[in-house]
Ligand binder design. Structure first.
Ligand code: GH3
Ligand code: MG
Ligand code: MG
Ligand code: MG
Length: 363
């Protein structure tokens, strides 16, 4: 079992905290039958039957909410043929993937407004917007640029395949395909992407979001605050006199203390909140939909929790100081809010540490 399963489940892949889309929102439309359609469908069904009989699914794992927990790997399937959709969906779901289906490029773009999948499988010949046009459009999206993209198509001349690769497709699978090989190719791309994604998203020591990803997520939340006139608070935390821990017990114990602090913080925030490691012994917790006064209360609870915790086998106790800033009252930009939270934190240190100050009440 994944040791982090208990941490709850904020879905970091969603583009904002309020989104909730469910897998397999199908939309199908009629498609034109090619000359070999019947034979093709029969061979697909045969291979698929064999696959269902033999395949033994294994659970997948990924990261959520700034710490690892049981995973949900999302695959977007853009395909207009209902039979192929059904088959691929079944293959992928048996391998524990969540499948989201769009019947053409336009529907796929609509789904991608809320979803960042771990992989996209895309047919080429589709009504309204074909796969090539769809690929061209999403290549410009920063969130999607690195998501593996596979063309799955009956178009199988060298020219067709080259055209696919020129659009920077990671793979080009032709129909009919063999289910085991198909799944193996998907799994290989998903696991490479997960590895890469984890490296650019999480801090290796604490498994919280790293600074870069934290700021990206915060920027997205602030967009939402602006667009929907919502609010958000964040606390910047700095462990008090942490240098003395290193000096007294050594860096490895210091690391273990940081890990435990991260775990406690992460276990005691809501699913839609997220925590990141901002620097060495500095953390930031972002709380969407929380106004400053409530953030103070929540942060006080966290401060007491940490101050009362006995950490590591060495039974170490620590405290932290924190500075709070809120949107929109203190600003709507990432930089502005972090600077203000840092100013409040600085004052909290100056006033004697082990305390939390909101920006704007003491300057
Ligand atoms: P203050 O109350 O003013 O924050 O005092 P402090 O000792 O916490 O502050 P200072 O900035 O002087 O020191 C921070 C220390 O955190 C120094 C550095 O060695 C330690 N540190 C930073 N990152 C890590 C880390 O990843 N592992 C360990 N073990 N220590 C770290
Ligand atoms: Mg098609
Ligand atoms: Mg510091
Ligand atoms: Mg410190």
């Amino acid at each position: 079992m994944n040791p982090h399963d208990r941490y709850g489940s904020r879905d970091f892949e969603s583009r904002t905290s309020t989104n909730s889309i469910t897998p397999a929102s199908h939309v199908h439309s009629n498609h034109s039958n090619g000359p070999c359609q019947e034979l093709f469908e029969k061979s697909l069904l045969y291979l698929f039957g064999y696959f269902c009989y033999t395949y033994n699914s294994e659970p997948q794992h990924a990261h959520f909410r700034g710490m690892m927990i049981a995973e949900d790997v999302k695959i977007l399937l853009v395909e207009d043929d209902p039979l192929i959709v059904k088959m691929i969906q079944s293959i992928l779901e048996q391998a524990s993937y969540s499948v989201y289906v769009a019947g053409n490029g336009i529907q796929a773009i609509h789904l991608l407004e809320e979803l960042v999948p771990h992989l996209i499988i895309c047919d080429i010949m589709m009504p309204k917007m074909d796969g090539l046009k769809f690929r061209e459009l999403i290549r410009e999206d920063l969130d999607l640029q690195l998501v593996p993209f596979i063309f799955l198509t009956a178009l199988n001349t060298e020219e067709d395949r080259l055209r696919g690769y020129k659009l920077d497709a990671d793979d080009y699978i032709t129909k009919p395909f063999e289910p085991f090989e198909f799944l193996a190719r998907i799994q290989q791309k998903v696991s490479k992407y997960k590895l890469y994604h984890n490296q650019i998203t999480y801090d290796a020591l604490t498994q919280l979001y790293n600074r870069r990803f934290l700021m990206t997520q915060l920027a997205k939340e602030l967009e939402r605050v602006k667009r929907y006139k919502r609010f958000l608070s964040l606390i910047m935390i700095d462990i008090d006199t942490f240098k003395t821990i290193n000096d007294s017990y050594g860096h490895l114990v210091g690391d273990a203390v940081l890990k435990e602090i991260a775990r406690i913080l992460s276990e005691n925030i809501r699913d839609i909140d997220f925590a990141g490691r901002y620097g060495g012994e500095e953390f930031v917790i972002v709380m969407p939909e929380i106004e400053k006064d409530i953030c103070i209360q929540i942060s006080e609870r966290l401060r007491r929790l940490i101050a009362n915790a006995v950490l590591t086998e060495m039974k170490i106790t620590v405290s932290f100081s924190g500075g709070i800033a809120s949107a929109p009252e203190d600003g709507l930009e990432v930089k502005t809010l972090l600077i203000k939270a840092d100013k409040a934190l600085y004052l909290a240190k100056k006033l004697g540490k082990n305390r939390i100050l909101p920006y704007g009440k003491n300057e």
